[in-house]
Every structure is written in C-alpha cells, then in structure tokens.
Design a protein around this ligand. Structure first.
Ligand code: GLP
Length: 241
C-alpha cells in the first residue's frame, strides 16, 4: 500500500481528482468503482470543476457504485442513487445508462446481488475503485466479520454504521437496517484501488489499518493483500501535526 500524506480534506480531494482524471485521459474506456459518504464528495466536486474548466469527458466511462440501502427508491433523497446524481452524474457528461448502482427496491434482493456482480464481470471488471473507510474498518458496507470471499451481498448494518450515517436522515429510525454491497472479493478484483481517508474520526481506523494483521474483523485490512492500493490520507487522519 502506497500512502500519500496531504494536509487536509481539500488537498486529499485535489490529489485524488488528479489521479482519477489522469486515468480517464489515458484510457480509451475506463470502468470506475464509486463510493458514497462524506469522504468522496470533495473529489466529485473537483471532477466536476475539471470537467467544466478542462473538458475532461466521461462519455467513455462506466461506473459501478459500491452499495445501496435496501428499501430506498431511486427518488428517495437519501438513496445513494440520488447522492450520485446530485454530487456527480448530473454535472458531467456521463450517459446515465453507463452508471450502475444496486437497486434497493428489487423484489428479490438476492437475485439483484447476483445480477450486479455479473454485470461488473461482464463489463470487464473495475479499473479503478474509489473507497472510503468506516470508523469500524468497513469498506463499502462490508461490516467486521464479513467473509473475504464475499461477492455482492445483502448486509445487516451495524448500529454503529447506522448511527454514523444517521446525520443524513431525519432520525436514526429512518436509517435503513439493510443494504446491498459489493463484497470484499468484488472489491479486491478491481485492478487498482484508491482509498481516501480524512479527519480525526478516522484516525483509529487508519492506525489499525497500518498496524493490524489482515483479519475479517477489520475488513479494510484485506487491502494489504492487493497489489495496487494508494491511500490518500490527511494529517488529521494520520495524526500528523
Ligand atoms: C458508508 C458507506 C461507505 C463509506 C463509509 C464512510 O457507510 N457505505 O462506502 O466509505 O460509510 O463514510 P464517510 O465518508 O461519510 O465517513
């Protein structure tokens, strides 16, 4: 794992955007894996600005998001579909048909997981996966204890994850209890991974990631086994003064 230290959230976002933009500009066709949450918002903002200023085009980019809440429709303001539209897709020239997010409203969620995993494979896999990290080390919605062999699957969200995400909802009660997430093996199949870590609340997770052994009790630890991972972390997450 290569670790790039940056001063703050803005610099993390800028650095990450440079990495993503270079990849897009250097490939005929790129498949990006995308994350939600607070962490990548700044990155998406930088990509939008670059699209407007420098004209980087997304017409040949395909995207696959990591996860979606079960029970939230595409129209729900808290769905990750809405998040992606308002934070990225509506502001760049990507055809929506080239963007993919698991459906949280599928009649058969298990079938939706299989469909999603197959779709990623049929697209030739993910070239560059953007990741954030949960305070408990989750990646996507893969909570501690998730099998490293897992493909896209249904998860029961832990109370700590629901509480951490409650800030986007009216109340904790409204936070869904389940989600569909790419599995650990789906994430590990990506040819390259960019993990973004910012803020004091992620310091403990960052420390565990650097110091702990690879264990299913700390899902992000699997990244140590991936051949091409870059972590862009700010000084608050790294405890540098
Ligand atoms: C959520 C998402 C993850 C994200 C994590 C951290 O639960 N499913 O993909 O990385 O939380 O979120 P944040 O970036 O808001 O700290």
């Amino acid at each position: 794992m290569k670790i790039i230290e940056v001063s703050d959230y803005k610099q993390m976002s800028v650095k990450a955007s440079q990495h993503v933009i270079a990849k897009i500009r250097n490939s005929d066709c790129l498949t990006l894996g995308l994350a939600t949450g607070g962490t990548p918002k700044g990155l998406y903002g930088e990509l939008i600005e670059d699209h407007h200023v420098n004209g980087t085009s997304y017409k040949c980019v395909n995207t696959f998001n990591l996860d979606e809440y079960i029970g939230l429709s595409k129209e729900d303001p808290n769905s990750y579909y809405q998040y992606m539209c308002s934070n990225l897709f509506s502001h760049i020239d990507i055809p929506l048909s080239q963007t993919h997010i698991p459906s949280g409203m599928a009649d058969d969620a298990a079938e939706e997981c299989r469909r999603y995993e197959n779709m990623i494979e049929d697209a030739g896999g993910i070239d560059l996966q953007i990741l954030g990290i949960g305070e408990n080390g989750h990646i996507g919605f893969n909570e501690p204890g998730t099998s490293f062999q897992s493909a896209t699957h249904i998860v029961d969200l832990t109370e700590s994850t629901r509480e951490a995400n409650a800030r986007y909802f009216e109340s904790l009660d409204e936070v869904p209890r389940q989600a569909i997430t790419m599995g650990i093996s789906s994430i590990m199949k990506s040819r390259e991974i960019l993990l973004l870590v910012s803020g004091e609340s992620k310091r403990e997770a960052m420390q565990k990631l650097m110091e702990n052994d690879v264990t299913e009790n700390f899902p992000a630890s699997i990244l140590k086994k991936h051949p091409k991972v870059t972590i862009i972390a700010d000084s608050a997450a790294l405890d540098l003064k």
